[in-house]
Design a protein around this ligand. Sequence first.
Ligand code: ATP
Length: 303
Amino acid sequence: MERLVQIGFEASVAVITASAPGKINLYFAVGPKLDNGYHEVCSVYLALKLKEVVSVGFSDKTEISVQGSLSRQQLLGVPTDESNLVVAAGKLITDRALRFEITKNVPVAGGMGGGSADAAASLLATQALTGNYNQVDAVKLGADVPFALMGSVALGAGVGEKLTALEMETELHIVLIVSEGGLSTPMVYQRLDELREDEDLVPEFTPPTPVDLIDALAQGDVFTIARLAHNDLQRAALSLRPELQETITRALSAGALTALVSGSGPTIFAIAESEDSAKKIAAEFGDRALVTSGPAVGARLEN
Ligand code: ATP
């Protein structure tokens, strides 16, 4: 389980590596703002084969290095101080200083839970490194962390952390169209609240469960899944970044069954009928597009 790295003549230092998937939300309904500032949501999460990898070892001070397949600008957007979620995850397990090597493949601040995946991978790796498997409350690290640990397909209630596994009888071919510059999740929620207030629109206190979509997932009916995919945050993200509408329109013209803002954006995900169709849609966007698929497993040890 441990990879041993020889340092000089004496010490051997264990480094443990874990991975965790990025996600999209095939469905995301948002309730009204609660007194504690949070919103109750109803979410259908899909874990993607696109995953983050985090290696953790002991150190004399907290150290973080970041690499990966993302653009330099995206990699530079990842904090390398104590605000990185891998550090918070490590602290739930041990008081000892740790060094982290993060390999990022999930767009940063893209509404795809990349930071949450890093937190989940860090939790698992730090547990294995220290041998401390005490129960931790992963939602403390972020609403999407419990799902990054679980993976596959799930219905999320509460802030997204009350998970129920769903059946899914097919593989979904997904194209991710990345935008440089992220969108802040709190700002997108705030815009949604403002838009709703302007329209005197009061959403249901408990957002509705998408029973027909859950049925379509169980049947592996890709066309119905695409037709029923929905994101309440989309109009708020589009109001902050109107140019995303053009990306959606182009993806649809290139053959996407549907194209939506992922989570709080600005990444757009398109559902394709087949892998070939996904490649064709991606070609329309050049370097901005990634082809992936789901479901995928949750966080797991890699060595
Ligand atoms: P969410 O939708 O869960 O809010 P996201 O998928 O839109 O998140 P992330 O990539 O998780 O976006 O990053 C959101 C912010 O979190 C970043 O702008 C960054 O400041 C901070 N952050 C903390 N740790 C990490 C990490 N390991 N990787 C990326 N960002 C991180």
